[in-house]
Design a protein around this ligand. Structure first.
Ligand code: PHE
Length: 356
């Protein structure tokens, strides 16, 4: 009987060793221990079997089983301590491998609006030719928006630009041209300026008209400035914006503040001049109005028109952005529609568009 018990106890002990070796966590260890010592476990069953021994042996048997149990419990406790220590170490290493100086996850930052992107691009191009960027008020006086641009009160040309008149007698500028005379007054001749900004017209909105749009005014005044200079500068700007050779042509256009005045067309950027729906199969698209500064305007700006001549142009930035990025509906640009947003590349500290 007693030999049998010793054998049983050896088996229980072996089982305990196996369980301890297999347990990967403190919890697993705890479960294994209670299974072994529980009523249904092999050790528990042995404890429950004391009553089967003859009464004179029970004391010795009980002592032996309890000793074995104490040894097993002790081994479990030691194993638990070991596991706890390793878990602590793992946590400590995990804490060490976290480097708070590493950059965080990259959050998409969005990008500039297409109109801003072309504006910056044109500014960059013309800055390299010595043009400086100047601003002007969006709420203008009648004088700068019309009078000083050779458009007197009763002139029919005022009807070409449906105007938002304000209660305070001012207006929302209908174009960036008021910046011409403002610049002449401030800088005098010779000068090279560009002036980008928001313009407003009392228009019904459709796919190609908006009541708020962006222009970029350009003005160059010096001795002997000619139409050839105008063409050269415009061609260069367009070629750099569209990254391709561009042909330009001039058609007569009427604006009271230039004489002669032109509509400048460029060879269609979509089909390269062979004719497509965008250029209405003509191979040409109207891109910007321009002309030689009218002597009256020079006079309003305090510049001697016998000594100086100049050219001016009004680049439609909204239109240019639409052509460059193939935006078909102008309303997409003003609607906060994220599909109109493009991914800019940084160059010269300013955003330009990834190469097309
Ligand atoms: N300001 C004119 C417009 O918006 C365009 C223009 C600018 C024409 C400069 C000639 C010279 O209609």
């Amino acid at each position: 009987m007693i030999e049998e018990l010793t054998d049983e106890l050896r088996k229980v002990n072996e089982e305990a060793q196996r369980l301890i070796a297999a347990a990967k966590s403190v919890d697993e260890l705890r479960v294994a221990e209670s299974r072994l010592t529980g009523k249904q476990g092999s050790l528990g069953k042995l404890l429950g079997s004391i009553g089967k021994f003859p009464p004179e042996q029970r004391g010795a048997v009980g002592k032996e089983i309890n000793q074995a149990k104490a040894a097993i419990v002790e081994q479990f406790a030691a194993a638990r301590a070991r596991l706890e220590q390793t878990a602590d170490k793992a946590a400590a290493t995990a804490a060490q491998t976290y480097d708070p100086t590493l950059p965080g996850p990259v959050v998409p930052r969005g990008s500039v609006h297409p109109v801003t992107a072309v504006q910056w691009e044109v500014e960059d191009i013309l800055s390299r030719l010595g043009f400086v960027v100047v601003g002007g008020p969006e709420m203008e006086t009648e004088y700068y928006n019309f009078e000083a641009l050779n458009i007197p009160a009763m002139h029919p040309a005022r009807d070409m630009q449906d105007t938002f008149w304000l209660d305070n007698g001012r207006l929302l500028r209908t174009h960036t041209s008021p910046c011409q005379v403002r610049a002449m007054e401030r800088l005098s001749a010779p000068l090279r300026i560009i002036s980008p900004g928001r313009c407003f017209r009392y228009e019904t909105e459709d796919a190609s008209h908006a009541n708020t749009f962006f222009q970029l005014e350009g003005l160059m005044i010096d001795r002997n400035i000619s139409i050839a200079n105008l063409i050269a500068v415009m061609k260069l700007v367009l070629e750099q914006v569209f990254h391709r050779d561009v042909k330009v042509r001039l058609r007569p256009g009427f604006f009271p503040f230039v004489e002669p005045g032109f509509e400048l067309d460029m060879s269609c950027a979509i089909c390269g001049g062979s004719g497509c729906p965008t250029c209405k199969r003509s191979g040409w698209v109207e891109i910007l109005p321009c002309g030689m500064v009218h002597p009256n305007v020079l006079r309003f700006g305090g510049i001697d028109s016998r000594e100086y001549t100049g050219f001016a142009f009004g680049l439609g930035l909204t239109r240019l952005a639409m052509m460059k990025y193939g935006v078909r509906d102008i309303r997409a640009l003003n609607a906060g529609d994220l599909r109109a947003i493009i991914r800019p590349e940084r160059r010269n500290g300013r955003a330009i568009i990834a190469k097309d």
